[in-house]
Design a binder for this molecule. Structure first.
Ligand SMILES: Cc1ncc(COP(=O)(O)O)c(C=O)c1O
Length: 408
């Protein structure tokens, strides 16, 4: 069969004409992915250390997930939630076993998971409780409640008034949390590691205080594990590195091994409040996405990827610590497992673009934080190769970026 030659310029033109321009896209068309690599339409290969914005946590097209999708697609792609299907029950059981014995509700994205958690918190607590506390620098999604919970004003522009009842406290500020709490708080919503906010790890002290205040005031603790969950940090969920247990966790991104699926897991007692008619999702927990997620979870187990994420994370941090000695523009290194941030004292976007030119994909968030979230399946050689490219790019580009950033 003759393969069709893909014309990058033509595809971009098509987007310009027909796709809403709400993303600033780089001018590359990707056509294939396998493991830690993706290929563009011209056949150039890229080492992907930020696959699918943390969705492809098991790399591109992981074999067990591909097979599960193929099998399920041939049996039953979709069935509505009026009935039972096999994959959804299996997935909920696995999540319950991997977390705190809770019950799940499934949807299709992170923002929907956050919406479900926020609604559940209201439904599971007395009616007068309507307030939520979230942290500055957080990111929880783009639908209205999740957006209001997202305490970064740049995302709010042009959209006020937002939902009432949300208060923001500085991340890891225990006293601010205490001062903001009262009996009208229904829930505290926190990321155990802020992703979009620049890879900021919640302190144990902050999480313990949040859990304690929630208990005292009969409020719920929701942890947003959309980015930090599913083995990314070396444990199934990032909260498992801490002494606390949440009432609800949210999940999405890599849950489906690349397929769109989101969900929450809530303690059985809290979950009771989501009764028929209170919340729903037409596609939520459909057989195709649920089968992919089951395969993804089983793959993490069978390939020992939790231990691997922890081990690779240590390796990366050791190498980055050496780079920090060499490059004075690196001001901090943060993260856990394979969720890593490199804080710079210069803007990071140019470095990301220069890496891309050399066939490496990384990300920059919060202007100055390079984000490294390799697939859990990456090899040590691939990681070393990526860090070698980054090191070369920094040697070549940092002086020019610094002098351009300095005032005349
Ligand atoms: C912690 C967190 N929560 C929620 C979301 C929203 O997820 P989605 O884009 O799937 O709606 C994101 C997305 O980056 C996230 O990082």
């Amino acid at each position: 069969m003759k393969e069709e030659k893909i014309d990058t310029k033509k595809i971009i033109k098509q987007y310009d004409k027909y796709v809403i321009g709400n993303y600033s896209r780089l001018p590359l068309v990707f056509v294939r992915g396998q493991g830690s690599y993706v290929w563009d339409a011209d056949g150039k290969r890229y080492l992907d250390m930020f696959p699918g914005w943390a969705v492809s946590g098991l790399g591109h097209c992981p074999q067990p997930v591909v097979e599960a999708i193929r099998k399920q697609a041939g049996e039953l792609i979709h069935m509505d939630n009026t009935f039972y299907t096999v994959p959804q029950g299996r997935l909920a059981r696995l999540i319950s076993k991997k977390s705190f014995g809770g019950k799940s509700f499934f949807c299709n994205s992170g923002t929907e998971a956050v919406e479900a958690a926020l609604k559940l918190a209201r439904l599971a607590t007395p009616e007068k409780k309507y307030r939520y506390i979230t942290a500055l620098g957080s990111f929880h999604g783009r639908t209205f409640a999740a957006l209001t919970a997202t305490a970064q004003s740049k995302h709010h522009q042009g959209l006020s008034p937002l939902l009432p009842g949300f208060s923001y406290v500085p991340f890891n500020d225990v006293s601010a949390l205490e001062e903001t709490f009262d009996d009208e708080v229904a829930a505290v919503l926190l990321e155990p590691i802020q992703g979009e906010g620049g890879i900021n790890v919640a302190s144990d002290e902050f999480l313990i205080k949040a859990a304690e205040l929630c208990r005292q005031h009969n409020a719920l603790l929701i942890l947003d594990e959309v980015q930090s969950g599913m083995g990314r940090t070396g444990k199934w969920f990032a909260y498992q590195h801490t002494p606390i247990e949440p009432d609800i966790i949210t999940m999405a991104k890599s849950l489906g091994g690349g397929v769109a699926i989101g969900g929450i897991c809530a303690s059985p007692q809290v979950a009771e409040a989501l009764k028929p008619g209170t919340h729903a999702s037409t596609f939520g927990g459909n057989p195709l996405a649920a089968a992919a997620a089951v395969a993804a979870i089983e793959m993490i187990d069978s390939e020992g990827l939790l231990a691997r994420a922890a081990e690779l994370g240590r390796h990366i941090m050791t190498r980055l610590a050496a780079m920090k000695e060499k490059f004075d523009c690196i001001s901090d290194l943060r993260g856990r497992g394979l969720m890593i941030g490199i804080e710079l004292d210069i803007p990071g976007a140019q470095l990301v673009n220069a890496c891309l030119q050399k066939g490496l994909r990384i990300n920059c968030t919060h202007e100055t934080v390079l984000r490294f979230m390799p697939p859990l399946t990456a090899t040590e050689e691939q990681i070393d190769q990526a860090l070698d490219i980054l090191e070369t790019v920094m040697t070549e580009s940092v002086p020019a970026i610094r002098s351009a950033a300095e005032p005349e």
